[in-house]
Design a protein around this ligand. Sequence first.
Ligand SMILES: [Zn+2]
Length: 303
Amino acid sequence: MDAKQIVKNEIAKLRSDAINKAQENKLKALSNSHFRSLDKEERLLVLKISKLIAEDKPCGAEQEELIKIQKAKQKELNNLGLTKEDLVPQFSCNACEDTGIINGKYCKCFNEKLQALISSTAEKQYTPLDKLNSVKNAKQAENIEKIKQILQNFVNNPKNYINILLCGKTGVGKTTLAEGLLGSAQKEGKLACELSSFKMNELFTKFHTTFTNEREDYLSPMLSCDYLLIDDLGTEPIKRNITLEYLYLLLSEREKYNKHTIITTNLNLDGILARYGERIFSRISSKKTTLKFYIDGDDLRLS
Ligand SMILES: [Zn+2]
């Protein structure tokens, strides 16, 4: 099944469970005759008060009576082992009330669930580009600012490029920038996920060695998200018939559907060519489709 559909189903179940639970509790409370009569009294009184208010008449006594009834109702509920909250749906995500969508955009909870399908690492909060801390070294800070700006423009208008390649030594902030891009994309309501190249390789292997319907579950989450970060490419072992074949497939499929892949790596372009061969190299280094950065301490090159 498509990974997005898996997440949609999961969220839909959370929603219907919350609604059913509240409904069940309400029926349980209403089956108690004392609670039922208090509930009826409350409704009639609320109606009466709103009429009095509409007619500009005083309703202080009624208000007081209402508070009394509500307290009695509360007490009766507690006797039944319930609280006021039990009678209204308790959604696991208050932001979207377990619909996964807010104003036509994906809610944070949708992203978290898709990320969980890709990699079981603890859910991550991505800091968007505009909220990233700046670095101390002035020259480096200037470079990072430049990249942040370019990446932000990419999120705002991603039409010109499909992929982003961030090359450079360990510790120059590649992953932070790439995750910042994910954070900014999520802020725009896009689905953005991350996995290490090591984890990616594991999923490829599982896909390759599984022959039941479940095999789709290993690849489909990586194909589903609008933005996918493959972190630290080059640190995974190259497995025969697996790593190169599925990496090529993943990159091609994502490109076909205009989905963006962000890659961070310690390798330079020659290193990528040597390790992954011509076909993958051309997918992730093509001038036409990929925005490339080479960050090396104070040195920044763009192409
Ligand atoms: Zn939500």
